[in-house]
Write a protein that binds this ligand. Sequence first.
Ligand code: GBH
Length: 441
Amino acid sequence: MSNKTNNFPADFVWGVATSAFQIEGASSADGKGPSIWDSFCAKPGAIADASNGDNACQHYQRWAEDLDMIAALGVNAYRFSVSWPRVQPAGSGAWNAKGLDFYERIVDGLLARDLQPHLTLNHWDLPDALQATGGWANRDTTQRFVDYALGINARLGDRLASIATHNEPWVVAVLGHEAGIFAPGIKSRKTAAQVSHHLLLSHGLALRALREQGVSAKLGIVLNLAPMHPATDSAADRAQATLEDGRLLRWYLDPLFKGAYPADVLADLGDDAPQIEPGDLQSMTAPMDFLGVNYYSHSVVSADKSYKAGSTGLPVTDMGWEVYPEGLTELLLRLKRDYPVPPLFVTENGGAFKDEMVDGQVHDSDRLDYLARHIEAVAEAMRQGVNMGGYMVWSLMDNFEWASGYEKRFGIVHVDYQTQQRTLKDSALWYRDFLQAQKTL
Ligand code: GBH
């Protein structure tokens, strides 16, 4: 595919992203406590291939080789998350020195390779001990999260480029507590609403506490956002799309940037609306230095419950998600138009595809094409005035894809789970060449 992308500034952040539970393995090594994902994986039927995160990519052991691989891609940044129960096994009280040492090796190892460390505090693997007292549905967990954030900042903050509080609070709330297809596997719309409130609250409280403690890293949050498109032009479909836009986007963006929940979603929740204490909404508006946007696809919405996602005729990925790069430009422009946003980062973008290894190579032209078109969509948003700070590919390497287990592959690096051998796919080679070209433009 031709490459007309040439307007990225020299200091643009180019990265690859992962999360702790999906790559580390070593699920009980060196004093790590169990997380809700360790427990969830043990439930029959929860994970498509009945797998778990016990070994994953063995990144806990192979981190040095993995950091070399990241450096070889020519990116200038790496987004990773800390496993809370690895550093604070019970989610409160005692810290685990060996766990903290691991993340210090990662951070120092990145800096030694000239790579910016971008750290996420909560990429879903809540300590099991906190779930035992209600998890994110319990207001007290917000204070535990603040303590955790302060502990990480005290140990690593001076060397971090950024700290994101939560990854995709919608996923934790809705997929974890309403649909129940992700940990902790609860099915209650009321609980999900309360969880989303506590996630937003803990974000705001953590930001305030971090600023008081003293912080050099940029602070923000990462949201999964998708433009909502009605399946047809019918009034019913359009109304449904507006409500879904409220649930996925405005429910998070409005409190973060406007200090209020959207009235239409509150009304729709009725008795399921969360309990809000005085001052909560003010806490949520703590100023941010960046907003992370995870973009995979648009979302097509129908009032007809039997409507099947992925049926507009657009190509779909191996997850069934439609490939729609224009939606990323549309989304970034909308964020700039409707909210006083700080610099935006695409903190995740990528696709699962059915990769085949042939003679030691993976010709993943579909993924390569996906990435090239989405990077171009970011460039288009920038040409239209959006303040973009960076772009990160999901994911560095094939890994544990949550409820899909190891069946879905998102990596630009192939992982052979038998041997743990890593092989750069064509998409990784393309990304490397693209980044090299950026430097000489
Ligand atoms: C991210 O979540 C996660 O942060 C990351 O850990 C994960 O590995 C990665 O994406 C890939 O899944 O069915 O067409 O309506 C993604 C959040 C929420 C994006 C559900 C797609 C449904 C699309 N996803 N959404 S559709």
